[in-house]
Design a protein around this ligand. Structure first.
Ligand SMILES: Cc1cc2nc3c(=O)[nH]c(=O)nc-3n(C[C@H](O)[C@H](O)[C@H](O)COP(=O)(O)O)c2cc1C
Length: 164
């Protein structure tokens, strides 16, 4: 028999574990942990991230209209915890953690090179139904460590030791 649950926020589980990277108009890089992440469309391929307006990253995504979703591996636990609890408003988190990064190819944002998968996105539209603004992004490119691609360029997800 089922009963009605209490504390029903985050009722879809497991929550994805992602790190969103972005950049402001002056070229400062930032990154935050985002659990509100989802696939949105297959044609065109689109995804979504939900960002609370008080996050320092929020104005960066608003300004540049783009972001990168990085999928961390299990070895990135320390960085993940830091990026999800400290704000770029107070410090340069990239410098504090010594994060390795490179410029994305299609959007104005950094890619975390130590994450096995990084997804470049251009914001198509955004909506704010509640606490989080939902940024819907067209997927411009997906970068994957080459050891996880087969000969045809398909991602071998089962081989990647993603944080879960
Ligand atoms: C597991 C986890 C999931 C999170 N998910 C989100 C999220 O979906 N959206 C959001 O705005 N903040 C989320 N946060 C909080 C931000 O990552 C955190 O407030 C971060 O310090 C904001 O950094 P910023 O101010 O530099 O942008 C999450 C934090 C954790 C630990």
């Amino acid at each position: 028999m089922k009963k009605l649950a209490k504390n029903i926020a985050l009722c879809i589980q497991p929550v994805p574990q992602t790190i969103v990277t972005c950049r402001d108009s002056e070229g400062h890089n930032n990154a935050l942990v985002v659990g509100f992440t989802a696939n949105v469309s297959l044609d065109p391929i689109m995804v979504m991230v939900g960002i609370v307006p008080t996050r320092h990253s929020y104005h960066m995504v608003k300004e540049t209209g783009c972001f990168v979703i990085n999928l961390p591996g299990k070895s990135f636990q320390k960085e993940y915890a830091y990026l999800g609890s400290r704000s770029g408003r107070d410090e340069d988190k990239f410098a504090a953690l010594g994060l390795k990064w490179t410029d994305a190819e299609y959007v104005n944002a950094p890619i975390l090179t130590d994450c096995p998968v990084s997804i470049e996105c251009s914001v198509i539209e955004s909506t704010r139904p509640g606490s989080h603004e939902l940024f819907i992004g067209k997927v411009e490119a997906v970068h994957v460590d080459e050891e996880y691609l087969d000969a045809n360029g398909n991602i071998q997800w089962e081989k990647i030791d993603l944080m879960k």
